[in-house]
Ligand binder design. Sequence first.
Ligand SMILES: [Ca+2]
Ligand SMILES: [Ca+2]
Length: 275
Amino acid sequence: MGYSLIMYRFATTSVVVLVLSVLTPIQTAQSTELEIEFSKLLVANETPAGYDRNLFRHWIDADRDGCNARLEVLIAEAVVAPTIGANCKLTGGKWISLFDNQEVTNASLLDVDHFVPLAEAWRSGANMWSGQRRMAFANDLDLTETLIAVSRASNRSKSDNDVANWLPPNQDYRCTYLVAWVKVKVKWDLRVDATERSTLENKLMDCGELSRKTSPKFSPVANGASPNLQPTLVRYQNCNMAKAAGVTPIRRSVNSALYNANQHLDRDKDGVACE
Ligand SMILES: [Ca+2]
Ligand SMILES: [Ca+2]
């Protein structure tokens, strides 16, 4: 993007310049790894419609060793290894449930928690994923933060909350929890809602993980995260994506810039796309 083009756009539409500036990552030399990760988070409103837990196929046995992803996590996180019997039945073993700092010696009393809950993932962008990608997320053994073995009681109190509404009762673990939340959201390119972002930012500053506040970056499909920055530049591939972004119907009379960018979706050319 040349300087002259930026100036030209500034002269015509300051909104475009604002969008470009928030989308351009500005890193300083002394940014920590977490600050760089945090800066990748994009803000968007949540898109809860249509969630069904069954849309995320989970507990598959990807390596076909008889132990599904849930059991793999239990085996990996045990502080005293359990005995692995036929059909991957676990006996013995010991775990520490980090959410509530409880010692658990019976695997059946543990839940394997999706760190970013499936419902929270859905409303943070997974609603636009393929079934294959949702399955990969729900069984992710590569980023160890994505799945965690915790006491049932703590997992159930967490439910599908994000960090704005629930933090683990174990105070000593909270900073680690917040850092892991950022890692999982960034790895899976999931959005954060505005409240969630400010909660993360404030608490991670308290934790000493972030040194300063930074301006949020809005997702190109953010619906209303900031009305001025929003859809001007977004050309949606299809009406489903526009709908998921919460911008439909797109009316020429209401938002001509957005309409012009999405004229291809107005099949009957009546000035309203995706009605
Ligand atoms: Ca396996
Ligand atoms: Ca959220």
